[in-house]
Design a protein around this ligand. Structure first.
Ligand code: ZN
Length: 222
């Protein structure tokens, strides 16, 4: 029997690239996606994810998790906390939502097991230096073990972007034939601007730097 995979899809560059990676690896008919509604400031994120899933031809469901907003104070969910343009030394930026990936992956795992899926795919990445502790490989491996024990089930968490740079993520998208979709229809910007974004928030800067770097690489290999 084919393995079935569930992608955590937020509508951003990384998770969208992972969606197409999963379709390539598992086959479209074996891939589903979930998104999380936790009261994020930019509702457009969920719409982006929904449109991308539709375009990719995979089922997409939004799981409502407003409790995250109730527990956490951060600039992605709270209107009264502005997004920091530069990251403070030694601490995660204020866009960090404590425990978010742990909760998301746990909810995704429960959903996956309920639907007979074993493989979870997430776009977390240790190399983008955002300083989010729950994006680290060691955390993902630890959670994988914990989920397997918690539910007596053989989950496998895939992190195709864990060790690659933003430029290499663009390269992956290009290889999968979805560079245009990722460039135009994903939302990475902390200020909620689709595609190219606002141009000055940390997420936009990282995304653009990676894109320019990839375009340079492409020129050299032509
Ligand atoms: Zn931006």
């Amino acid at each position: 029997m084919d393995k079935k995979a569930l992608v955590v899809l937020s509508g951003g560059q990384d998770s969208t690239t992972c969606l197409f990676w999963a379709i390539d690896k598992f086959g479209k008919e074996n891939v589903s996606a979930v998104g999380f509604d936790y009261g994020q400031r930019h509702r457009l994120e969920l719409e982006c994810a929904e449109n991308i899933a539709k375009k990719a031809g995979v089922p997409y469901e939004i799981i409502s998790t407003p409790i995250i907003n109730q527990l956490s104070a951060n600039s992605l969910t709270r209107e009264d906390i502005p997004v920091e343009e530069t990251k403070p030394e030694g601490t995660p930026p204020n866009t960090f939502v404590e425990g978010r990936n742990m909760l998301f992956l746990t909810y995704a795992a429960i959903y996956a097991k309920t639907h007979g899926m074993t493989d979870l795919v997430t776009g977390v990445c240790e190399t983008d230096f955002s300083g989010y502790p729950d994006c680290r490989d060691i955390f993902i491996k630890s959670l994988n073990v914990t989920l397997n024990l918690a539910m007596d089930y053989n989950f496998c968490i895939h992190t195709p972007l864990m060790w690659i740079t933003k430029a290499q993520t663009w390269a992956m998208a290009d290889k999968l034939g979805v560079l245009d979709i990722i460039y135009n229809e994903t939302l990475t910007c902390y200020n909620g601007v689709m595609g190219e974004g606002c141009g000055h928030c940390p997420a936009c800067a990282l995304r653009r730097r990676g894109y320019e770097e990839y375009m340079e690489m492409k020129k050299c290999t032509r």
